[in-house]
Design a protein around this ligand. Sequence first.
Ligand code: CP
Length: 298
Amino acid sequence: MANFIDIKQLSQTDLLALMQQAQAYLDGANPPALENQFVANLFFEPSTRTRCSFEIAAKKLGAHVLTLESGTSSTKKGETVLDTVLNLHAMGVNTFVLRHKQEGLLQQLADKLPAEIALINAGCGTQQHPSQALLDMLTIQQHFADFSALRVAIIGDMWHSRVAHAVIAALQTLGASIHLIGAQALQPEHINLTRVTRFTDIEQGLQNVDVIMSLRLQKERMQEQTFVDDISFHQQYGLTPERLAFAKPNAIVMHPGPLNRGVEITDAVADGPQSVILQQVRNGVAARMAILAWAAKQ
Ligand code: CP
């Protein structure tokens, strides 16, 4: 079994192979790669898309799925996540899909767990959301074949966004150029700056881009000094039809969800002809099938 923890651990070849496998699932391939296996979904932070799509993905691959959330597991009574994993492993679970707020927790657990366990990162801290990055790369590839010719704009709260950090790393692996658009306080700090240009002005940043990714304010991870109110954020960085017109006419609009309509994105853009937001969600199931199957066969 292999762990799937950080998108930066994947080479370009590995990333493209996972995208190809996910596309094969979308095209109808469906080998029962996890038949009679148990997969535990351990979510210590809220989730709709990631949790449900990992559950659907595992079931499509033939697995049985258990779901534990922080409110109902014995971590509430002081048990560590490591002990939770070891106890479920003793019952026969080998694959764990885990979301947690603690930075670096997945790697810390992986260092202590036996090799027959696969840990799959479903979003950890502010830095890692590798399955979201994979489904986003698959969605972009379905519209544009050549990543090295692409300009991708990411708008909003990138500092607190695990999606932004993972997507930036995946785009760099695939060779795209990246525009980061947002206030100084919301720009990511410790990132690789290869092919990255920063903008504080949204109209400048959107000029000639092929892909736009809008991100919500991650208020649950903000300290008081970086807190930005919805109205001023919308005025400066909300994605409206007028602003979208600065991008290329065939640009696609992405958002990882959950949407805060009327804040980072208007209804007209979220539901408009350039939006691929629900395509991202659909791709999420196939991308997560590819991850689970890859982890099981290593
Ligand atoms: N994109 C994403 O991670 O959504 P959820 O928080 O609903 O899983």
